[in-house]
Design a protein around this ligand. Structure first.
Ligand SMILES: Cc1cc2nc3c(=O)[nH]c(=O)nc-3n(C[C@H](O)[C@H](O)[C@H](O)COP(=O)(O)O)c2cc1C
Length: 308
């Protein structure tokens, strides 16, 4: 079983990838998306999205970190894919799942699930631009408004040369509303032969077991669940005990220390508060601490309260 850490724009950044991959074994991380419109980004932008490029495209724990691109123009996508891999990204992931209105309005993300032919062209061009041994993967939802084109999309992605496809088991209009339709992943899987990774609403070991059974997939991707329970990956793999709250607090402090000296320092208080919104789902203690920090703006004040 492979377990992949989900890309989460504005949440799973470099620091979070370092922390989570140090807390348990992930097979792969995908970066937040690089939005490609009509230009080729310069190296500093790729380094900002994936500082891991400076350390061989891996986190310190050795987990590969694949750059994700989002866009509608095959040529611009291909050129950016080329640069990212030249800089050391161990492959490219393509985002066909983003539901954000601004992104969809500019024909990026899930809106493209209405045009399998465009998916095919994008994957084909990106595949041509990425050196052979490096994988090109894609991530899709079940569809835009409905699931009618799901199989066509998966086939187009496979035909374009992708070697792995993650399916978030909801349509675009379902947003993040439960349930995730794992059984529909199984239906799609019957029509393609590339490895499919099941994604959506895996919050526990029991969910992971059920998702793998219902979707028929060996491999899974976890996102929000891994933020709620920072050692979810080990809970799933080894039936580990949930991380105690004191250790979660230590992780929060490590996260702060990690980002503190970087350029990202300014956004840190809001990122920590955002992480609390996930931790509250798993840890009753997070509610109490969050009430105390929610109006604080200074990082040091926030850390003083979190420190166990
Ligand atoms: C805040 C947020 C940001 C996300 N950003 C991305 C992204 O940049 N690229 C992407 O492919 N998916 C993105 N996703 C979708 C997740 O990768 C994942 O597919 C989704 O959250 C369902 O999995 P989960 O239930 O395990 O969280 C994002 C989801 C959330 C909640």
């Amino acid at each position: 079983m492979k377990i992949i850490l989900a890309p989460m724009e504005g949440v799973v950044d470099h620091a979070m990838r370092e922390l989570l991959t140090a807390s348990g074994h992930y097979d792969l991380c995908i970066t937040e998306f690089v939005r490609v419109v009509d230009q080729v980004y310069k190296p500093p932008y790729f380094h900002k999205i994936s500082p891991e490029l400076r350390q061989g495209g891996k986190t310190h724990a050795g987990t590969p970190v694949r750059v994700q691109l989002l866009g509608q123009h095959p040529e611009w996508m291909a050129e950016n894919a080329h640069v990212a891999t030249m800089l050391g990204s161990p492959g490219i992931d393509i985002n066909f799942g983003c539901p954000a209105k601004t992104v969809n309005r500019h024909k990026g993300g899930a809106v493209l699930l209405q045009e399998p032919e465009t998916l095919f062209k994008i994957v084909t061009k990106v595949r041509e631009a990425v050196p052979d041994p490096l994988p090109v993967s894609a991530k899709m939802r079940l569809g835009y408004e409905n699931t009618d084109l799901a199989v066509d999309c998966a086939r187009a992605i496979e035909k374009g040369g992708a070697s792995m496809l993650t399916i978030h088991a909801r349509t675009k209009i379902e947003g993040y509303r439960p349930p995730a339709h794992w059984h529909l992943i199984n239906d799609i899987r019957q029509h393609v032969s590339l490895p499919i990774v099941a994604n959506g609403d895996i919050w526990s070991r029991a969910d992971a077991i059920k998702c793998r059974r219902v979707s028929g997939c060996d491999d899974i991707m976890i996102g929000r669940g891994a933020l709620c329970l920072p050692n979810l990956v080990s809970v799933i793999r080894e039936d580990a005990a949930p991380l105690p709250w004191v250790e979660v607090c230590q992780l929060l402090i490590q996260y702060a220390a990690f980002v503190r000296d970087s350029k990202a320092r300014g956004y840190l208080p809001s990122r920590i508060k955002q992480w609390f919104s996930y931790l509250k789902r798993q840890y009753p203690e997070a509610h109490t601490v969050f009430e105390k920090i929610k109006r604080l703006r200074q990082l040091d004040e926030i850390i003083a309260i979190i420190r166990p």
